[in-house]
Design a protein around this ligand. Structure first.
Ligand SMILES: Cc1cc2nc3c(=O)[nH]c(=O)nc-3n(C[C@H](O)[C@H](O)[C@H](O)COP(=O)(O)OP(=O)(O)OC[C@H]3O[C@@H](n4cnc5c(N)ncnc54)[C@H](O)[C@@H]3O)c2cc1C
Length: 420
């Protein structure tokens, strides 16, 4: 039996959060040993371009990488990639890898992200049905699109789920000239994350670009002999398909934590410093559920680059023994065609919305209030509104509805010095 590796910090998961933790620890002067174990074959890379520039083929894999191998080595961050951590013993402070190696840790940080939710319908395992989470997924999708379009006809792509990933993929596929149908069970796109005004804007945008959006529609089965040929809807309608991409959200990767006896509830709940229920085990990024004052102290599981990095920085401070509570206004962005959405705050906590700008063609900003206090903003092609909005949310501002709705009044002018 080989002797255990002994490391001060073991990071499980080499995604955005795990990588940022290693970077931030070094930036803040941490001199201990850091080991990142990641089950993907690649060193950490950014996922957002996967459904945008990388799917379009306009950037190559090197541009996705958060750091190159040389820089990681210079930073003295050690990686074991292509391997899973299969068990953690919190009492002994050790973890086991799938090849039998064990790691004795000072701190263990769960940065295990999430897995694409599977479509629970007959035919969902057929070749040609894809998830979209990793570089490998997109390489497969790109190859399938190219193959399907080889005969000189566009590929027929069916996207299941009209969330951000689904809609960004639809936009990229239309740019490439493919036929795109989006199937959504809800009555509007982006239902889970935004207001009807913003959903309507995106429905119009995609339809204007030739995307066939089917709302209130359920997939009954996916048909095909050796590979996908069609998607059959619950209504009985059959939509011919060369490729199906399932984008119906992710499930937090909690199995490892659960088996180790760490409390889980559809994510890994942590306190404001990133601590799980087990001593010296932290959780960050998509897999974690952080308490957020802006959401009334309720724990939220967030899926964004900003949360991955912010939660990693809080964990770094705890490891460095200068605990700092997580207090972030969550932000997110999405690029579709030439339209950029920037969001901040928790729109689902609002009881009122104020519309600013042009709901048909944009720029459009939707401001969300709760008891008159600004709690969220969606800014479409309006970076200035987004920047000012984030500050107003952070300060708990209560601007007048008239000023918010008036495009001639810059949101920045509503920031009072004590709130700035
Ligand atoms: C296509 C796409 C587009 C996106 N676009 C945007 C965007 O525009 N804006 C935005 O803010 N966010 C976007 N996101 C979300 C953002 O990328 C994620 O929130 C972020 O990557 C989360 O980082 P993470 O490190 O928590 O999880 P992940 O990036 O999922 O990393 C977790 C890693 O842990 C590994 N792992 C899991 N279990 C184990 C184990 N037992 N042992 C070893 N390794 C393990 C996984 O294989 C994975 O590599 C997008 C995501 C996707 C998929």
């Amino acid at each position: 039996m080989p002797s255990p590796l002994i490391r001060d910090v073991l990071i499980i998961g080499g995604g955005q959060a795990g990588a940022h933790l290693a970077i931030d620890l070094r930036k803040k002067g941490f001199a201990g040993s850091i080991l990142v174990v990641g089950q993907e074959p690649n060193l950490p890379y950014e996922r957002p371009p996967l459904s945008k520039a990388y799917l379009l083929g306009s950037i190559e894999i090197e541009r996705l990488m958060l750091r190159d191998a040389v820089t990681w080595a210079e930073q003295d961050v050690e990686f074991i990639v292509g391997h899973r951590v299969t068990g953690i013993d919190p009492a002994l402070s050790n973890a086991t890898l799938n090849d039998g190696r064990t790691v004795q840790f000072g701190y263990c940080v769960l940065a295990t992200g999430g897995q694409p939710r599977r479509l629970d319908r007959p035919g969902a395992d057929l070749p040609g049905v894809h998830g979209l989470r990793t570089v490998e997924d997109v390489d497969d999708i790109r190859a399938a699109l190219t193959r399907a379009a080889d005969a000189g006809t566009p590929a027929r792509l069916v996207l299941v789920g009209a969330g951000y990933v689904g809609l960004e993929t639809a936009a990229a596929a239309r740019k490439m000239g493919h036929e795109v149908t989006v199937i959504e069970t809800q009555a509007r796109v982006l239902e889970r994350v935004t207001s009807p005004i913003v959903s309507n804007f995106y429905q119009r945008l995609h339809r204007a670009h030739g995307v066939d959006i089917r709302l209130d529609s359920q997939v009954a089965r996916i048909e095909g002999d050796t590979r996908v040929e069609a998607v059959q809807l619950a209504s009985g309608e059959r939509i011919a398909a060369d490729i199906v991409i399932v984008g119906i959200g992710i499930e937090a990767e909690t199995e490892l934590a659960q088996e180790a006896g760490v409390a889980c509830d559809g994510g890994i709940p942590v306190d404001e410093f990133g601590r799980t229920s087990a001593p010296r085990i932290l959780a960050i990024g998509d897999c974690s559920r952080h308490p957020n004052q802006l959401a009334g102290g309720v724990r939220r599981r967030l899926e964004s680059v900003q949360h991955a990095t912010a939660s990693a920085e809080v964990a770094a401070d705890l490891i460095l023994d200068r605990p700092r509570a997580y207090q972030e206004v969550p932000t997110f962005w999405s690029d579709q065609y030439d339209v950029r959405l920037q969001s901040a705050g928790f729109a689902d906590t609002a009881d009122e919305t104020v519309v600013r700008g042009d709901p048909e063609n944009g720029p459009l900003t939707v401001i969300y209030l709760k008891d008159g206090r600004m709690v969220a903003i969606d800014a479409i092609n309006s970076p200035r509104d987004f920047m000012a909005g984030r500050t107003l949310i952070r300060g708990g501002a209560r601007p007048s509805r008239e000023a918010l709705a008036d495009v001639a009044t810059p949101l920045k002018s509503l920031i009072t010095p004590e709130r700035g």
